[in-house]
Each structure stands twice: as structure tokens, then as C-alpha cells.
Design a protein around this ligand. Sequence first.
Ligand code: AMP
Length: 277
Amino acid sequence: MKLARTRAELQAALAGAARPLGLVPTMGWLHDGHRSLIERSRRENRATVVSIFVNPRQFGSSEDLARYPRDEARDLAICAAEGVDIVFAPPVEEVYPAGFDTTVSVGAIARPLEGAARPGHFDGVATVVAVLFGLVRAERAYFGQKDAQQVMVIRRMALDLAMATEVLSCPTVREPDGLALSSRNVRLSPEQRAAATVLHRALVAARTLHERGEASGDALRGEMRRVLATEPLARTEYVSCADARTLLELERVEGPALLSLAVLFGTVRLIDNEPLG
Ligand code: AMP
């Protein structure tokens, strides 16, 4: 496995890499969710690049950039064990060199949900992914359905800017009790960790209601709020029942939809989602 710290080292490593090439962008603190992306890339490509970069541009000023968990030695060991060919783990100035002055800003799909809750977040995501796509020029890149809106934003960007990398989405990997794996879970206290199963419970409750014939968006959002309210440690930021293509809130579910939510446990912010139909 080659470790590249600079753009130049990355280009040198890529020169010898087999094709097709798969890219798995991450912010490190790797878990089984990341592993599932790496495994899929390894199956579908002849070489895999994992990037490890905690992207300051996608964190708001008051957010958790400084508290984001990091353990590069452990991440590198996981990548080696998973058969990754190249790890790109650059310092901030290699991704954003002096003079860097471009922001990629995706339109309507980036506005609701996470875009509304975290102003500037998707500009940061789209910009860093554009840089990574440009540097790696992979045939395919793999993202998690756990961040459903993120995949949609990146797809839109790649399509609109005629990027040659195909954007692929992989299922959410969960703990046995339903909690979606996330690097942020490590910051939960034991009590918060136990309470955090409420995200998935709320999604399943709303999905079950829908399966029994409930099509009202308000009823499905209300069901998620009701379940979340049973957990005193959970502070609900938003619940959503949206059109799966536009992410605009639905009055009635009549086609593919996405249930999603964002919940705070102390300062730890968790998101999850569940498709309908
Ligand atoms: P992150 O390191 O949190 O930026 O995540 C890197 C990639 O892994 C993103 O495409 C995420 O959507 C994906 N990912 C994170 N958690 C999970 C999970 N539990 N299951 C599947 N993919 C995930």
C-alpha cells in the first residue's frame, strides 16, 4: 500500500496503478461503513484509492471540526488490511494550496435538510470532492447512503460539470441495534449511545406506518417526532418526509420518498434516513 501526502506523491502513486480505479473519500476514523465502501470498490475495480482528509470547509465555525475523532495509524492499518492500493492523507495546504479561490456550489438539491441546517456545508463537500475527483481521476467513486443528500449533491455536481468519475451509492451499515455506524458515535457517552437507537426506531416506526397505508407527510413526520420525544437525551433538529428526487417536503407520499432526521445528543449530531418505495 502506498501512502501519499502531497499532490505530487499521489500522481506518482497513480502512475503505476491498475485501471479501472475506485475512489473512497473519507474523513478517517474508519469503521465498517467505510469498510463496506472499500470492499465494493475492490470488487468492482482493479485498484482502490482511499482519501483520509478532515475537510475544514465542510464544518461550520461553531461545529465539531476540532472534536472530530482522528487516529491515522489505526486508519492506515485498516486500509492495509482491506487491501487498499493507495491512501491519500494530505495536510490542509495540499488540498487547498495558497491562492486556492474556487467554491463549487450545487443548487436546489443542496438547499433543504442538511443544507438548511448547516449553511455552507455542501459547498465544502462539493469543493473537496471536486478537488479529489480532479486529482485521482478514478473511474468510480463510492459514497454511503447514510449521507443520502450528500450522494445526490455529488451526483448533480459530477453530471453538471461533466466529471468522468461515476458516483455510486452503498447501503448504510448499522450496529446490531440499528444505530448507523458513524465516526461521531465514539463521542457519545454510554447513556447517549443507548439512547441513540431512537433515530432508527423513529425511522422504522414511520416506515411501518407508511406500509400500513399512511400517506400523509405530516402523519409520518409526526410519528418520527413522537418516537424521538420518548428519548429525553435526544434533541430533534429536524425530521423530514421528502420527495426522493427533489428532497422537498411532501404533503402526501405518492412515489419514492426519503424519511430523514437529524438529532443532537449533547454536542454530538447524528443523522439517519430510510427510503420509502
Ligand atoms: P465520512 O468519513 O463520515 O465522511 O464518511 C465517508 C463515506 O463513508 C461517506 O460516503 C459516508 O456516507 C460513508 N459512510 C459513513 N457511515 C456509513 C455507514 N454507516 N454505512 C455506509 N456508509 C457510510
